[in-house]
Design a protein around this ligand. Sequence first.
Ligand SMILES: [Zn+2]
Length: 292
Amino acid sequence: MKSFLLIMLLASLGFASVKVEATYASLGAIAKKVGGDLVSVHVLASSQYDPHFIVPKPSLLSKLRRADLLIINGGGLELGWLPPLMRSANNGKIQVGAEGFLDISHFVAMIDKPNSVSRAFGDIHAEGNPHYILDPYNVLIIAKAVAQKLSQLDSQNMQTYKKNLANFTREWHIYLKDLDKNMLTCKDKKVIQYHELFNYFLKRYGIKSYATIEPLPGISPSSKHTLKLINLMREQKIDMILQDVYHEKKTAHFIASKTDAKVKIIPHDVGAAKGSETLEDFYNMIAQRICH
Ligand SMILES: [Zn+2]
């Protein structure tokens, strides 16, 4: 009886009731904004590593077993690591199609969808570019999708989720206004990147990406392709190489040494680079490193 009363008391005080697992840090950060004290949020993938190939550790399995809600990026980004973990976790609440499963890619507009011909190359992004988190405007869409899902799973707290979403949306619009203003000076910059990680950000702010250091998504650089890039950069006067934190940086520095381009290390997710631990700091860092 005593423990029952304690549970009722904790519930009435609004202690974390929904256990949320997010595959990536940015999704986790948004879920925390919307869920507030009503949710506990864990993140499966460390943003230090390649988001396409996370090492499935046993600790991830125990997190998945306990989860009430699993939020995934989708669009194929987790295909290389999450499906076997989900099978082993065997948690009916968060299986694909279950109430506690949320695939955010169903809510955002994906870009760079390949035509049927390019699928023949074994493209790791057959469904389009899944790195939509790089568009700071998508944060609003993600927050809304998470709020709807939390309201469905924990309907007695629906009003709180609604209020949290409204507050966060208002704050984020103010933030975006500022970011957009800062980015005005960066229009018409020319870049190449290692992998097409930053397309959503570049597209949003009118920056042209001419090529990637990897010849195809997921394929390591070749000397033939690298020489082609050096020529292209000289011809087009491209002076910036966007490098992620987890790939080798040798090729980028080699290209830079032949072209006088600058190598910029850009975080692909919240916390990927030191100083990018919040959503705001994450986008600010990208903006700052591309613009200055
Ligand atoms: Zn990718």
